[in-house]
Ligand binder design. Structure first.
Ligand code: ARG
Length: 582
């Protein structure tokens, strides 16, 4: 249980001793700190229930509160608001508990199994800026969910199915017709074939093939045939496709690694399609498929819809499986293999209609039980100054790799040459760049678009990743310098800034809960800035290392330790690494 919840429990008992029963206490942080740190607003409600004057009720509660040494500065305001503050004694006790065990202030949830579908990278295409938020957000939700007690599986859900792959394989055939993949008489082992193609080649091949297919009807037809061959697992073509997936996946993984993002499952659309026959049978049996000009569709509109809801395209008129159907098949596969309580889809907000259709069809066919939560976690885009999705200077798609390089060049300018030597500079700049990018990405609510402003993101001052890293490194360095000094427990707590920090610490569980519930990390991002700024204010006000009052010095060091631990824990949730120096 969180400490604040515990406190609420205690207050309920106190109210009871005063003669009143409240079901849910309303304890709120006060915005009039001069009057009290918290406000208890229950007297007004109790007045109605007990038909008494609220001020009389408040006075009786205050009488009981005064007997308790956890509270101080107890007073009644207005019609019966009770203001209270936490006593020094109690605050010290709390801080010492948290110092011993940071989890004493973290509210674990009842365990459930969650699959987070995020990333959605497409095989043989470069990851681009549009993939950034999905990766950041999905990874952070995964880490946060685990911290709060959930069992979480992250799935990359690679786009490895359909025409794009046919195009790539066809273009490879045009480039290297002599490869054994295209030789029907070849009887050797395809695993041993040396494919003269790198990931960089693949990234060029796809756009090339895609352009050709748009200009050349015959080429397109050929690509269709190749796609069918791959989907039918025809020897040679299928083996080449597997190789292409492997090459591409290795590179995709590298980019995700650099963002501190990783997956438990590297499944793709093609893995789900294995379950297509079974899926089809379920929909057939439930009579949910309708013919429409040679295609099969599923009606998903509901009477209460107030915007158009087109039917889901299940099988296209050319017989191929739609993107919607790959997602339906994935639900079936996930249900069979993992039986999750929840599936979250961290995907660009512009795909919301797609998921609404998929979820409705899945419910109609009862692919999962009604209590399984299928949830679309849509996000906004990172835009350029023109308000459109961020592009390269010449208007092309910006790859994630170039984006990271761009930011690294910016953070490189701000690395302190006195603390970081030449050899380490580049790698430190990279770590800082990732922090800059990720933090800026988490700061707006997830569904909000934001503008890429490189100087602002990389700034060492203000609400930025580099500011947080710099400050956290400084906390660590203070603790390292104080290694020989006693730092076991908080003994005194007198300053206002210290008290502010303590109250912020108490608020942590609420922030974690809110972030998980809203599927957005903005609260955590703001919280990190708040606690760090409060700490920096404290740091400027006090000379910890030279303080002569030992009890005070020890207390300050413990406070530093707690803030440092909270910062590293939260940065870790955001997938941000802290360098040793910068
Ligand atoms: N690969 C897809 C795309 O590029 C995104 C996949 C999102 N996840 C999903 N389960 N549909 O649009």
């Amino acid at each position: 249980m969180s400490i604040l919840k515990e406190l609420e429990q205690e207050l309920k008992e106190i109210v009871k001793k005063a003669g009143y029963d409240v079901e849910k206490l309303s304890l709120e942080t006060s915005n009039r700190r001069d009057l009290g740190e918290y406000q208890l607003n229950d007297a007004m409600q109790l007045a109605k229930t007990y038909k008494e004057n609220p001020r009389t009720i408040a006075a009786k509660i205050v009488e009981e509160l005064e007997k308790n040494n956890h509270f101080t500065n107890i007073n009644i305001a207005g019609p019966g608001f009770i203001n209270i503050s936490l006593s020094e004694e109690y605050t010290i006790e709390i801080l010492n508990r948290i110092n011993k065990d940071i989890f004493s202030n973290i509210e674990k949830r009842e365990s459930k199994k969650i699959i987070i579908d995020f990333g959605g990278a497409n095989v043989s295409k470069a990851l681009h800026v549009g993939h950034l938020r999905s990766a950041n957000l999905g990874e952070a939700l995964k880490r946060l969910g685990r911290l709060l007690g959930y069992e979480v599986l992250g799935d990359a859900h690679l786009g490895d199915y359909g025409r794009p792959l046919g195009l790539v394989v066809l273009e490879i055939k045009k480039m290297y017709p002599e490869l054994p993949y295209f030789d029907e008489s070849y009887t050797g082992n395809y695993e041993e074939v040396d494919l003269p193609i790198t990931n960089a080649d693949l990234e060029r091949i796809y756009p090339l093939a895609s352009t050709k297919s748009k200009e050349d009807e015959e080429y397109l037809e050929e690509a269709r045939e190749v796609t069918v061959k791959i989907q039918k697992k025809e020897r040679g073509y299928y083996d080449l496709w597997k190789k292409v997936v492997e090459i591409s996946k290795a590179d995709i993984k590298k980019v995700y690694d650099s963002l501190n993002v990783d997956y438990d499952l590297w499944l793709g659309e093609s893995d789900a399609v294995e379950h297509f026959e079974e899926l089809n049978a379920i929909f057939e049996e439930k009579n949910l498929l309708k013919d429409s000009n040679g295609a099969k569709i599923i009606e998903v509109a509901e009477e209460t819809d107030n915007s158009p809801m087109p039917p889901l395209l299940f099988i296209k008129s050319n017989g191929s499986i739609s993107y919607e159907t790959t997602d339906l098949a994935t639900i079936l596969q996930r249900k069979k293999d993992y039986n999750p309580d929840e599936i979250l889809y961290v995907v660009d907000g512009r795909q919301s209609l797609h998921f609404e259709q998929v979820f409705r069809a899945a419910r109609k066919a009862k692919l999962v039980e009604d209590n399984v939560n299928l949830e679309f976690v849509g996000f906004g885009t990172m835009n350029g100054k023109d308000g459109k999705p961020f592009k390269t200077r010449d208007g092309g798609v910006m790859t994630l790799k170039s984006l990271i390089d761009l930011v690294t060049n910016e953070t490189l300018k701000r690395i302190n040459p006195e603390t970081v030597n030449e050899e380490e500079k580049e790698s430190v700049a990279r770590t800082v760049a990732i922090a800059a990018l990720k933090y800026a990405d988490f700061l707006p609510f997830r569904s909000t678009d934001y503008i890429f402003e490189i100087e602002k993101f990389a700034d060492l001052e203000g609400k930025t990743g580099p500011y947080l890293l710099y400050s956290t490194i400084r906390m660590k360095s203070l603790l390292t310098k104080a290694k020989e000094l006693k730092s076991e427990e908080v003994k005194v707590l007198t300053g206002q800034t210290e008290k502010d920090i303590a109250l912020t610490i108490l608020n942590l569980p609420a922030i974690l809960n809110k972030s998980l519930d809203t599927r957005s990390l903005n609260e955590i991002a703001e919280y990190l800035y708040k606690i760090t700024s409060q700490y920096n204010k404290f740091y400027a006000e006090n000379k910890v290392l030279t303080e002569e009052n030992q009890a005070l010095q020890e207390s300050w060091l413990v406070l530093t330790k707690i803030v440092y631990n909270i910062n590293t824990m939260l940065l870790d949730i955001l997938g941000i690494k802290v360098p040793n120096k910068m």
